[in-house]
Design a protein. Structure first.
Length: 449
């Protein structure tokens, strides 16, 4: 081809590309970054990344800060009209108020980006999600609370977190991952995620630590492949994931030996029953013949709908159901019983009890849970699983009071308050009986309401 013809050909091709990009950008002028976003998302994003994706600029989640580290977080996309991500979608990170069941937005991501499969890496305190749909990039979420942590703590203690002005969040893209809506970090910093085809994937902590973020997502090839962040490992095949919408990674010995499991709550359609899904992922030597998943039917409650957000605090599991008035439940794996030893089919069955932690919570859609997994849970301690009448209560912080019957109170007035009292019986001491009158007080000397 003569040089002049080649130049003409390239010029025509570039003009055609710019014309398409301009049309996709609603007639607005598109620069190179806009054209890239059009190619990935099918449109120009309303907001671009404002910061830098350099490693030294990454923002860590405040998992070492009291109160804030115990937030039960939901990442919520406000576009719920379809499976596609609308151009004006705003994804927010919100904290659950366990006194009211409401969610208060504390960080807002750039417009036009939808996310799912979110988690906080406990080894770095960096937050990651998978963007959707179409591009399916692993991305890092940066929410800079510099100068805001004291306000977050104070508003959380005062029950006024809903008045907090969300900080502006940012994202960095780390490359393509397999299509997923369920993801979680384990205690070692490995990122686990599922595919609807029944495959379990893992990106190791070491791999994540070596990845470099970019301001733009990786463009999927056409036709798309379930392509790969370097080091993305396919570990388990043909796992029945049911209708599980979110997962956590925990370590438990509920089957007799300590193993690592992925856990999620869901509602089975046949039979119509609330269940807990448990998949062993440690000690798997043959990816095509892994331990069968266990579906534990909940015996003492029957929450309806999908559990779109699941949290793990120090291996305690909490499932938030999306439907209003369903609330948050804690599966107590230690109560699991009658688990199949020689099952038929592609799963094992059993039964489990749950503890209800919040009686009501706001309805959410297109959501995902994440939290600091090594932090103390914001929910009351679980009750005793023995046959005695004992139960556990607690008081901590400003103070927060967890009563023996599972209620939660927050003191906002200064003074001393009766926390617990036991009387009306006699105790035998050195062959003599003495009346018991025992009382514990909680004192609050902070800000008055």
């Amino acid at each position: 081809m003569p040089p002049s013809m080649f130049v003409t050909f390239v010029a025509v091709a570039l003009l055609a590309l710019l014309a398409v990009a301009s049309a996709e950008c609603d007639g607005l002028e598109c620069d190179a970054e806009d054209a890239h976003m059009v190619q990935v998302f099918g449109r120009k994003l309303n907001s671009k990344r404002l910061g830098s994706c350099r490693a030294e600029d990454q923002v860590r989640w405040p998992c070492g800060t009291p109160v804030v580290s115990s937030f039960a977080l939901q990442v919520v996309n406000n576009d719920t009209s379809s499976s596609n991500c609308a151009a004006d979608n705003v994804a927010t990170i919100s904290a659950l108020n366990i006194d009211t069941g409401d969610y208060a937005s504390i960080c807002q991501l750039p417009e036009g980006i939808c996310v799912n499969a979110c988690g906080i890496d406990p080894t770095s305190n960096l937050a990651f999600c998978v963007s959707r749909p179409g591009d399916l990039n692993l991305l890092r979420i940066d929410c800079d609370f510099t100068g805001k942590l004291a306000e977050l703590q104070a508003r959380s203690d005062a029950g006024t977190l809903s008045s907090f002005t969300p900080v502006a969040g940012d994202v960095c893209f780390y490359g393509l991952v397999a299509n997923t809506m369920q993801g979680a970090f384990d205690a070692s910093g490995n990122f686990w995620f599922l595919r609807s085809t029944g495959r379990v994937y893992q990106i190791t902590d070491a791999t994540i630590g070596m990845l470099s973020g970019a301001a733009n997502p990786t463009v999927p090839p056409s036709p798309p492949i379930q392509g790969a962040v370097a080091g993305q490992e396919f570990l388990i095949s043909a796992v029945n994931v049911g209708n599980v919408a979110d997962i956590v990674a925990i370590t438990s010995d509920f089957e007799g030996t300590s193993q690592e499991y992925l856990v999620g709550c869901f509602r089975d359609s046949t039979p119509n029953r609330a269940k807990v899904w448990v998949q062993q992922v440690s000690g798997v030597t043959n990816p095509t013949n892994p331990p069968l998943p266990i579906e534990l039917s909940i015996t003492n409650a029957d929450p309806s709908g999908s559990s779109g957000a699941t949290w793990s605090f120090q291996n305690r599991i909490f499932c938030a159901y999306n439907n209003v008035d369903q609330g948050v439940y804690e599966p107590l794996l230690a109560t699991a019983f009658d688990i199949d030893i020689a099952p038929e089919g592609d799963r094992r069955h059993g039964f489990v009890e749950v503890a209800r932690r919040i009686s009501e919570s706001v309805e959410t859609r297109s959501n995902d849970g994440m939290n600091c997994i090594n932090a103390l849970a914001p929910f009351p301690p679980f009750p005793s699983t023995t046959t005695s009448t004992t139960a556990l209560g607690a008081g901590e912080g400003d103070p927060h009071i967890h009563t023996l019957d599972g209620r939660h109170y927050l003191l906002l007035s200064q003074g001393s308050f009766s926390f617990w009292r036991y009387s009306g019986v006699d105790a035998e001491l050195q062959s003599k009986k003495a009346p018991v009158d025992f009382e514990v007080f909680a004192h609050y000397s902070g800000h008055s309401s």
